[in-house]
Design a protein around this ligand. Sequence first.
Ligand code: FES
Length: 354
Amino acid sequence: MSHDNLPVKDPELGHPVPNPGLEEHVERYTDVDKGAGDRAYRTILMMLGAVPVLAILFVVIYFAVPRDAYIDFGILQANAMNLGFGLTGGLAVLLIGLAVVQWARVIMGDEESVEIRHAASSSEEERAAVLEEFDAGVEQSGVRRRKLLLGAAGGGLGISLVPAVVLFADMGPHPTAAVRAETIERTIWEEGILLVNDVTWEPLRPEALEVGQLVNAQPANLNDFHGAELQVEKAKASIIVVRMDPNSIKIPQSRADWHVGGILAYSKICTHVGCPISLWERQTHHLLCPCHQSTFDLGNSGVVVFGPAARALPQLPIRVNADGYLVAQSDFTVPVGPSFFERDSSQDFQDGDQ
Ligand code: FES
């Protein structure tokens, strides 16, 4: 076996590899040509100067562009506000990065230096030497000579945080009881609203549903909403409608008139963390959530029979209207979806309730 390629101990330093030494220093064009150095300096200033403008544009877009405005790119559609955020925020971050890289490449000193490794603790002299080197580094960075550059970098970086602060506004409004009653505690279901198939948008008739069938449905008045508002209302109001043999399920006294001949409507939103559910086991009447396997018994008022969900699936009271279509009798009687701190759970259906 040849030992030719094995590392050799540096005879001078005792290191396992020979010291390759420093490459020959080559002057940069910005060091040899003062005009080029000044041009590079101005370019960096321009890049950093554009950052506050982009940050302000970001904020303007937040307040001025409607949330439901879209821009058409042929087969693709982009939300105008998100596109504006991406362009202004992305360009600002890109310019900061380019400016910093350019600063390091052409303005900071490019002298190579070598620090030999030694024991972890430093002597007083070594610390003093480090401070001296740090000072030299600050001097070389050009910060002292070109104070405007430092100001532009600080200003650019500081103002670029403003968009992040503005986005905090979207975490509101503060969920007081009145706000909750108008948002997460209500849906757009109300007395007389038609149940419509969420694909064909056809109103549902009892005779069109077979025993064992499950249909995803929406309230017909969802059509009155658009853009983000439509998504919010749809997320809360989506339901599943199932038909079961009334003799094979438990219907409590308090819900005796909530179904139409074994047709029952439930919220489609899992009470664990809100996944939409429609994995239906028609034989057992169980509905399985694909996210964490919570299982609800739709033949027993939606109570939880397995998994992490803590509350029964809310049931929507339904009836048939004069034209023979399925309609809601009211909104849900309890908030749909996952739990939240202020939620009153006393009205939730428990197994055995009548
Ligand atoms: S969201 Fe349904 S089980 Fe977790």
